[in-house]
Write a protein that binds this ligand. Structure first.
Ligand code: SF4
Length: 123
């Protein structure tokens, strides 16, 4: 699902993604964005409504404020780097229940078998 964002909202998300795990105090974000606290609060509320951040109440610098914690993560293309599909001449015709199927593709199978896949399981 693609959502419509203003330029300021996009900049806010880019900054927040740098603090993916801990989030950042909203006042720090307003400072980095160069906006007033009123404008900043409006952005934070919009991002919260869109499900992009959560606003967590926190006591910092002698007063109650909010920490903005991203609920989204940056994607990495590293896991699919080198996959044969983007440069495949059959890409346009390939798919489940199509003339060419990834289920029986030798090139894809060889690439998958050559990957060092971390399943997250140990033992
Ligand atoms: S699955 Fe095989 S045939 Fe299909 S696009 Fe990828 S490399 Fe090409």
């Amino acid at each position: 699902m693609q959502m419509k964002m203003t330029k300021l909202e996009e900049r806010a998300i880019k900054l927040l993604l740098k603090y993916e795990n801990s989030g950042m105090l909203q006042s720090e974000l307003w400072h980095k964005l160069g906006v007033t606290s009123r404008e900043g609060s409006r952005i934070a509320i919009k991002l919260e409504k869109k499900g992009v951040v959560k606003r967590v109440k926190e006591f910092a610098n002698d007063r109650w404020t909010r920490r903005l914690v991203p609920l989204i993560k940056q994607l990495s293309i590293t896991p699919i780097k080198g996959a044969p599909c983007p440069s495949c001449t059959y890409d346009h015709a390939c798919g489940l229940e199509r003339a060419v199927s990834p289920c029986i593709c030798i090139r894809l199978e060889e690439w998958v078998l050559g990957q060092d896949i971390d399943t997250g399981m140990s033992g």
